[in-house]
Design a protein around this ligand. Sequence first.
Ligand code: G6P
Length: 367
Amino acid sequence: TAAQKGGFPHFMLKEIYEQPESLRNTITPRIVNSLPDFTEDGIDDEVFKNCENITVIACGTAMHAGIVGKAMIESELRIPVNVEIASEFRYKEPLINEKTLVIVTSQSGETIDTLEAMRLAKRCGSKVISIVNVKGSTIARESDYVLYTHAGPEIAVASTKAYSVQMAAMYLIGCRLGLVKGIYSEEQAKEFISKLLGTIPVIEETLLQADEVKTVANYIKMAPDAFFIGRGMDYTLSLEGALKLKEISYVHAEAYAAGELKHGTIALITENVPVIALATQPAVYEKMVSNIREVKARGAYVILISMGDEVTDTQICDKHIRIPKQDSLFTVFAAAVILQLIAYYTSDAKGLDVDKPRNLAKSVTVE
Ligand code: G6P
């Protein structure tokens, strides 16, 4: 009903706007003296001390949150992270053992492939921390430890706020792990936490650009295909951007590591194909700009998402959306909001049932 939607036309839009609150609710209870602390969650530091590598197991959007977590943990902590699609992991002989920390991510806590993959991981002797939104769900109950995300109920089939808090949970785990292993000093961990909290006002500011994003949707809605490109953290996020667009707008979308375009996908870039280019990572910004020039030269309609006020040749894009300046490790939170809005407005502009896309279910309990 309209009342449940809190004045928003769809649950998805309401949930997109709830992200600052969901993040606050998920992060702040785990901060004690400005440091990450899982005492209240009952997560024993032993699991972090013993961990030599990490395997994340999940499906769909939750798996994409794991891919972002991998990029962050590997670059910050130099600990190898493997991300496994639950339905693949289940049917192979897993390369994990008691030195592997397994992180199982699930909004519903009931996805059958994820649940069975977790049971297998436990049989292999790994300790399992689950990142789950629904309290008391099966995955939460059966895992060794649970880090509940506090997104509140997510009604729209397309996951938005649950994804943001899953990423935040990965960041909290990464920070605690770094601290326990002595990779981070207390000072460094405090700085990390303050930047993580800093993403909340940044998202609030980003949401003010919703009308700007809407104009882009009117273009994308006419396209049969769209491409999301990025490098590093931006690439990990583009996977979710493409999934979101496919799920609710039925525009075929693919995410590509920008440097890999030239090995095939660039053949599909022709006149007016929308390319959503994420360029929030200063270390590879120039490389991104040259990739963007390559697609632009082939007639692509380029939507550039970049950070802060870096001076860019305005010729390279058709639409420029900026997110506030911040540490490049944390841009995924604000950029995710832009990608969610792109998918939302495209679906709405096509007159589709945003909250209940065809063929999809909120929770998948079939194998
Ligand atoms: C379904 C939903 C997705 C979700 C996936 C995993 O496919 O439509 O939005 O990401 O399941 O769900 P989970 O509850 O395990 O996060």
